[in-house]
Design a protein around this ligand. Structure first.
Ligand SMILES: [Zn+2]
Length: 305
């Protein structure tokens, strides 16, 4: 399981309640090293509990996040380039051509924004990481603010679209940030989100624990990703409804190419084949269940203000 940060003093952690229903009753469903993942007894939402306090969380993403990722972050981005193009094409169709203002929240080094700008979008980003923010500004000449979206003092009713690529699950208060994003969007503006699908990642984590030890250490690392929040198709719809979004559409995300996280030590062609099969199976399940079951590793969501 991917854990972030890799170590932290217990004094930086706090017990939290469910952000969807407010209940304090939660049950631990899995743990990995010092990370404990809980399940809300009332509404089923999955989240990390105890969790890093808000300031410690922001501190981590401002200074340490990319250190833990050193060397692989660019590979993750490269693996997503095709997906970036597909999403920008889809967003272009939803938005009029005379005004295309895009805000990327947690824009990292700015690869997605650069692509958007090259395709004619008026691009802006917010990014907590000081080093990633400086890179986006200096190397790509992008307009990026090194603050969280709720502290960046951006204009109300301004953006045609706001995007969050694998960011929402890392935030300490997604409700606050989603409300702020809604305020920044123009009426009928489009929100795009990509998040790991917690149903898939919990299943993978449980499956991985059943593997014999020699396989775990030599051939494969636990590829599951659960950070501060684990969203499923149901809970992502709930949080978007709760923050005032409408016309919410959830899909299985096409997979990024290759194995940028280096979860397997064997042939990359094999990884590609597994991913292709996973993609086909998840789309077939989605289709045959009339859009009820999502078993892909990530979800993509479009919603409107
Ligand atoms: Zn709950």
């Amino acid at each position: 399981m991917m854990i972030l940060p890799k170590s932290e003093p217990a004094s930086n952690l706090e017990k939290v309640n469910c952000i969807l229903c407010g209940s304090w009753e939660s049950r631990e469903i899995c743990s990995y090293k010092q990370v404990k993942i809980a399940h809300c007894e009332k509404c089923g939402f999955i989240y990390r509990n105890p969790r890093l306090k808000k300031d410690s969380n922001e501190q981590f993403y401002s200074f340490d996040y990319y250190k833990e990722y050193e060397g692989i972050d660019i590979k993750i981005i490269e693996a997503r380039l095709d997906l970036f193009r597909t999403v920008l094409k889809k967003l272009s169709k939803k938005i009029s051509y005379d005004s295309r203002k895009i805000l990327d929240v947690g824009c990292g080094h700015g690869h997605f924004l650069k692509l958007a700008r090259d395709l004619g979008w008026n691009a802006k980003g917010v990014e907590l990481s000081k080093t990633a923010c400086a890179y986006a500004k200096e190397i790509f000449g992008l307009d990026v603010v090194d603050k969280s979206v709720d502290r960046a003092c951006l204009n109300e009713n301004y953006f045609d679209t706001v995007t969050l690529w694998n960011v929402l699950d890392h935030l300490s208060s997604p409700l606050v940030q989603l409300k702020e994003i809604r305020r920044l969007l123009k009426p009928r503006g489009v929100l795009f989100i990509r998040v790991p699908n917690v149903s898939f990642h919990l299943f993978v984590h449980k499956l991985f624990r059943l593997l014999p030890q020699f396989l775990k250490t030599r051939l494969i690392n636990d590829p599951s990703v659960i950070t501060n929040y684990g969203f499923s198709s149901k809970t992502i719809k709930k949080i978007l409804n709760k923050t005032g979004f409408c016309n919410i559409a959830v899909y299985n995300s096409p997979l990024s190419s290759g194995d940028p996280y280096k979860s397997a030590s064997f042939n990359q062609g094999f990884v590609k084949l597994i991913k292709l099969l996973l993609n086909m199976v998840s789309n077939a399940v989605y289709f045959l269940s009339f859009g009820k079951f999502y078993i892909g590793s990530s979800l993509i969501i479009y919603a409107e203000k």
